[in-house]
Design a binder for this molecule. Structure first.
Ligand code: 13P
Length: 253
């Protein structure tokens, strides 16, 4: 099964609007290569989405959000709904990023509800999961990731799960400069695919794209992306530097 790779940038809480426009323009100008074999996704701060999606509407780049509300609409101050994201042409949203879990106490039941909110407006959820250093050191990483996935996807049909992208992001590798080795990442990705196969069947599991995130840089990207179950990356710090992000995209095509 050949799955088209995704290189996704998660900008987190960085850049002003004018810096964001400049960075996307720089990336867009350098995307001269034929992107037939990879997709480029960017999740800027949500308030820049209307500007970026209209300014770069002809570009290969797809824009999405870093988070989404589980609610459709209502008195939820500060929240952004799926319908709102849809109305500004967002194509995807991250859900369950470890920083949301850590600083906003999100759990997999809530994250599962966010997945359904996104799907209700045909926005692709990028479901983020991954263990902490302590969980890995105590050899619980497979158990933890399995629990995360089975809880968050508990109410997803086979048809829905095919519309989801999964991002494995070991917490100990995020922003630390310590990346999982290609073997560690491949081992976990294969494990995640085996969980999906048990639940939804091998042919569906084979179509689901599983991205790796955590200190992906130009110098380690190609080794990671050449693993059979790694279908691209979710890039934090290096997605904020045009030359680095482009180099990472190039290592996937
Ligand atoms: P870094 O690439 O900065 O480690 O961040 C990874 C990440 O959190 C992407 O969502």
């Amino acid at each position: 099964m050949s799955r088209k790779k995704i290189i996704a940038g998660n900008w987190k809480m960085f850049k002003t609007l004018s810096e964001a426009e400049l960075l996307v323009a720089e990336i867009n100008n350098k995307l001269l290569q034929n992107l037939a074999s990879a997709e480029v996704w960017i999740a800027p701060p949500a308030l820049y989405l209307p500007t970026l999606t209209s300014q770069f509407s002809g570009s290969e780049i797809q824009f999405g959000a870093q988070d989404i509300s589980k609610h459709q609409q209502g008195a939820y101050t500060g929240e952004i709904s799926a319908m709102m994201l849809q109305s500004v042409m967002a194509k995807f949203t991250l859900v369950g990023h470890s920083e949301r879990r850590q600083y906003h106490h999100e759990d997999d039941v809530l994250i599962g509800a966010k997945i359904h909110a996104a799907l209700s407006q045909s926005i692709t959820p990028v479901y983020c999961c991954g263990e902490t250093l302590q969980e890995r050191n105590s050899n619980n990483h497979f158990v933890i990731v399995e629990q995360q996935i089975t809880t968050a996807l508990a109410n997803c049909s086979a048809e829905q799960v095919q519309q989801i992208v999964i991002a494995y992001e070991p917490v100990w590798a995020i922003g630390t400069g310590v990346t999982a080795s290609a073997e560690q990442a491949q081992e976990m990705h294969a494990f995640i695919r085996s969980i999906l196969a048990q639940k939804y069947g091998a042919s569906i599991a084979d179509t689901i794209r599983i991205l790796y995130g955590g200190s992906v840089k130009p110098n380690n990207a190609s080794e990671l992306f050449s693993q059979p179950d790694i279908d691209g990356g979710l890039i934090g710090g290096a997605s904020l530097v045009a030359a680095d992000f482009i180099a990472i995209i190039e290592s996937a095509i």
